[in-house]
Ligand binder design. Structure first.
Ligand code: CDP
Ligand code: CDP
Length: 224
């Protein structure tokens, strides 16, 4: 492949976006940008500073004061708020349950999209989220819309939690995923929707390796 490209990976919760995006970025020598982590970081800060999640103006003032960055750790990418490692904290249920409300605000999205584009300016980027192919990087050479049945997505999260020693109930995980998908898909500002030129990949029943191989084939066919 000649020259570095941008790869956009969108899709609903727990479809495997970040897992495959990280592998692709590593194999291609590209940077990986986890845009969901940025919305989660803001949600985390809003909880910490007790900012009302429905108050768009207060939230935008807060966002402007926040520095969110990614650093490479020994076990993968770490998320920092200022000089604090918030990688684990942003995955907790209090953040997960609120993030779709915070991310629905127009001003918040404008600011984060601006920062996400900045992170991608040097090219050679794999970015995952909900609006990468439609709003953040509409010129991306490769756009993937990753889906899987809600049962399988809940099952994957359930197994992930068990592996981490977190006890969760499958039905509540599934309900949380469905509620978040609904909010993300029906919001007014850049909702979760497949870009017209994105390739839809149904990963139900597919292993991580099979998904990565399919995407690499798509990249090969698109960029010759
Ligand atoms: O990994 P998971 O599917 O749980 O979610 P995430 O990618 O960490 O994203 C968390 C939330 O951030 C989503 O449910 C959306 O509300 C929001 N988000 C967004 O609005 N736009 C993006 N580009 C990425 C995430
Ligand atoms: O980023 P997103 O929310 O779309 O999903 P993820 O965090 O990458 O993946 C959710 C879980 O599904 C992780 O534990 C992955 O290891 C797992 N997974 C899987 O079992 N099979 C796949 N084909 C993709 C992901």
């Amino acid at each position: 492949m000649s020259g570095k490209i941008s790869i956009a990976i969108d899709g609903p919760a727990s479809a495997g976006k970040s897992t495959v995006a990280k592998i692709l970025a590593k194999d291609l020598g590209y940077i990986y940008v986890d845009t969901g982590a940025m919305y989660r970081a803001i949600t985390y800060a809003s909880l910490e500073q007790q900012v009302d999640p429905s108050d768009e103006q207060k939230l935008s003032e807060l966002v402007r004061q926040l520095t969110i960055s990614f650093k490479q750790g020994t076990d993968g990418q770490l998320v920092f708020l200022g000089d604090r490692d918030i990688t684990e904290a942003i995955r907790q249920p209090n953040v997960t349950n609120l993030v779709s409300q915070v991310s629905a605000h127009k001003e918040i999205r404008l600011e984060l999209v601006r920062r996400q584009r900045q992170l991608a300016t040097s090219g050679g980027v794999v970015m995952d989220g909900r609006d990468i192919g439609t709003a953040v990087l509409p010129q991306a050479e490769v756009k993937i819309f990753l889906v899987a049945s809600v049962d399988e997505r809940a099952e994957r999260r359930y197994k992930e939690n068990i592996a981490k020693g977190i006890m969760t109930d499958y039905e509540s995980l599934k309900a949380e995923i469905e509620a978040r998908d609904y909010k993300d898909s029906t919001r007014e500002n850049s909702p979760l929707v497949q870009a017209e030129d994105a390739i839809r990949l149904d990963t139900t029943g597919l292993s991580i390796n099979e998904v990565v191989t399919s995407i690499k084939n798509i990249i090969k066919n698109k960029v010759k």
